[in-house]
Design a protein around this ligand. Structure first.
Ligand SMILES: [Mn+2]
Length: 318
């Protein structure tokens, strides 16, 4: 039993490092902080190392005092866990922390997970890594409290798009019910996570919406964010979050691609599909990964060149 091995490893460790993926989202952060809170209840010393500072959307998370943005140096640990991380590249610079430890654990739900650790707990049926962490803490006999429940709620609510995506199961709702029974303030959290938007993000959305291009008979939508647009809106990387959904939600669109500039000729592509296209297959072709309906990769070239490549790939699967 993989869970049993993980619990044994955790029980045998004193100092534990937790690593969410780069550009940590609600699930990566929520499940990592929840586990840090749970482990400290068990008398363990736990730290969460992120690649970047916590995005403002998640700044309210209880337990963020366990989080440190990785600069170059970390403390010594006797156990390292990667959470919500499909492959080693998603650990960014923190691969140093991961590889300095001979015994590692990988807890994730991505179908593209490469099982890169000593122990791999990959449950692709889980809507969020938060669901797996919930089950693990239960098994460890750690009682939930408002802080742990809130972090897990954020993990699950964000990865299911507010319980709207097809990954949402009855188990998702059962787990969530237990979290709410442990004190989650649903309306406050929903407002903070899904509704409150800084003005700079609204400005960026305006610019991005203006350049949406719809092609392939209305089934493919592109939305582009250049560095120039970020500058004009006074916005940053984190303000691009959720933009791709604006394009995906257009009536008739099956696949949306957010093309986000990283440097002069380097772009990050976020794919979303509506019903039947498996975008993880396309992302995988360019060394990316993800889920059937949400995936990403990096590409080089001009925006026009990248659009041509994607059009060709999408045409095959539409
Ligand atoms: Mn996730």
């Amino acid at each position: 039993m993989i869970e049993k091995k993980i619990i044994q490893a955790i029980e045998g460790a004193e100092r534990i490092a937790l690593l969410p993926h780069v550009f940590a989202d609600g699930d990566a952060l929520g499940s990592s902080i929840a586990l840090a809170l749970a482990l400290s209840k068990k008398g363990k010393y736990a730290r969460v190392y992120t690649e970047e500072e916590i995005p403002y959307t998640y700044d309210f998370l209880p337990g963020k005092e366990y989080v440190e943005a990785f600069i170059d140096q970390a403390e010594e640990f006797d156990l390292v866990l990667a959470l919500d991380t499909g492959d080693l590249a998603r650990l960014g610079k923190r691969i140093k922390i991961f590889e300095s430890n001979s015994f590692t654990i990988n807890i994730d739900h991505h179908t593209t997970n490469t099982e890169f650790a000593s122990i791999n707990l990959v449950k692709t049926s889980a809507a969020a890594t938060g669901e797996i962490i919930y089950q693990l803490t239960k098994r460890m006999g750690i009682s939930l409290d408002e802080r742990i429940a809130t972090c897990l709620y954020v993990a699950i609510a964000t990865d299911t798009g507010g319980f709207r995506y097809s990954n949402t199961t009855s188990l998702t709702h059962q787990i969530t019910a237990d979290l709410i029974n442990n004190g989650v303030d649903v309306s406050r959290i929903s407002q903070l996570v899904f509704e409150t938007v800084p003005y700079k993000k609204v400005r960026l959305m305006g610019l991005a919406i203006d350049n949406i291009e719809i092609t392939e008979g209305g089934k493919l939508a592109f939305i582009t964010v250049t560095n120039e647009m970020l500058k004009r809106a006074n916005a940053s990387e984190e303000d691009c979050d959720g933009l791709v959904n604006v394009a995906r939600n257009i009536e008739g669109v099956e696949v949306a691609a957010l093309i986000r500039q990283r440097s002069e000729d380097e772009f990050k592509i976020n794919f979303r599909s509506q019903n039947y296209v498996d975008v993880s297959v396309i992302a995988h072709r360019y060394s990316g990964g993800g889920h059937k309906k949400a995936a990403g990769c990096s590409m080089r070239g001009s925006v026009a060149q990248i659009k041509e490549i994607i059009k060709k790939d999408i045409r095959e699967v539409l």
